[in-house]
Design a binder for this molecule. Structure first.
Ligand SMILES: Nc1ncnc2c1ncn2[C@@H]1O[C@H](COP(=O)(O)OP(=O)(O)OP(=O)(O)O)[C@@H](O)[C@H]1O
Ligand SMILES: [Mg+2]
Length: 305
């Protein structure tokens, strides 16, 4: 089943555990350091492949070594990178994440080439052939907020393609602008602070209702270890997170999206698909990096039994 991920591609550099930044020039030994393909499009693409989907990813990276790394590692993981644009002289987006002992993930980030993505970078023919399209980080790739792209999304949606959207930043202005996508998508999956910042609401129930009124069929607000809130026209349900040994929660939201879409593509209802997402997210939390933990669909779904 072909899924196209569109949007944010980031090289993540992660270390764990980190309790504080050392004083002066001190060096602190850590257990593990990793470099991964991450971000709301690239990270989700890797998880989608592991869950059994054929995946093409679209967006932009720089012509630097981090871009070489992303191309190499995405291809190695089985993601089709032939539609990824390379920008001469631009930096590939990257994050440095010192992971806390409890799995928390503060970060330092350069948005780089993600900021320059436009509709001209996308392959409309490939998008028209997809069974599902995942828009990852439309607040950061804000150039995609283009009537031509919206028209294409409306066209493929009318033909039965499922369209999901995730966000990346915590910036109110960018998140507010990303609301323009909502009439053109089926499901939106913000985390708690993104849902609140997108709407200005004081609580998640009000935020989810406001996002639903913009036009999608469902709003799934992820709440970290508290699980998620699934809101559709037929009501609202809490899906608890699964208990697991947490190493690093980076990419839990991306994994949730990947599991959710995989569930929908297997004909599951929204709530069951949300449970598939929850299982995928719990797997990712067990290892360092947004690509850790998940191996395949079968072992992921075993978490639910
Ligand atoms: N500590 C945890 N233990 C178990 N499951 C977790 C934990 N943290 C997160 N999850 C699962 O992951 C899902 C998504 O997490 P979260 O709300 O943190 O996403 P996010 O902030 O979008 O993450 P990211 O953008 O880094 O991918 C939650 O709904 C939950 O099911
Ligand atoms: Mg997220």
């Amino acid at each position: 089943m072909t899924v196209v991920t569109v949007g944010v591609h980031i090289a993540d550099i992660l270390a764990r555990p980190v309790e504080h930044i050392p004083e002066g020039q001190d060096t602190v030994l850590v257990d593990q350091i990793r470099l991964t393909a991450a971000g709301a499009a690239a990270g989700t693409a890797v998880d989608l492949v592991k869950l059994g989907n054929d995946v093409v990813t679209m967006g932009a990276i720089g012509d630097d070594e981090l871009g070489d790394f992303l191309l190499m590692v995405l291809a190695k993981r089985g993601v089709d990178v032939s539609c990824l644009a390379r920008r001469a002289g631009e930096q590939t987006a990257a994050s440095i994440l010192p992971i806390r002992p409890d799995g928390g993930r503060p970060s330092f980030h350069v948005p780089g080439a993600n900021l320059s993505v436009t509709y001209a970078d996308l392959d409309a023919g490939v998008l028209r052939g997809a069974r599902a399209i995942h828009l990852g980080g439309m607040d950061v790739t804000f150039g995609l907020g283009d009537p031509a792209f919206f028209a294409l999304l409306d066209e493929v949606r009318a033909a039965g393609t499922i369209i999901a959207m995730d966000l990346l930043s915590e910036m109110p202005d960018l998140l507010g602008m990303a609301r323009a996508f909502l009439p053109h998508v089926d499901y939106v999956l913000p985390n708690e602070s993104q849902a609140l910042l997108m709407t200005g609401a004081a609580d998640i129930a009000t935020a989810a209702a406001a996002l639903l009124s913009d036009g999608p069929r469902g709003v799934l607000v992820t709440l970290g270890e508290e699980g998620s809130l699934v809101v559709t026209e037929s009501g609202s349900e809490r899906v608890p997170a699964l208990k697991t040994d947490v190493a690093d929660t980076t990419g839990c939201g991306d994994a949730y999206c990947a599991g959710f879409l995989t569930g929908l593509l297997h004909g599951q209802d929204v709530l069951t698909a949300a449970r598939w997402g929850t299982a995928a997210a719990a797997r990712v939390a067990t290892g360092l990096g947004s690509d850790a933990g998940i191996t395949d669909l079968e072992s992921t779904l075993r978490m639910l039994t």
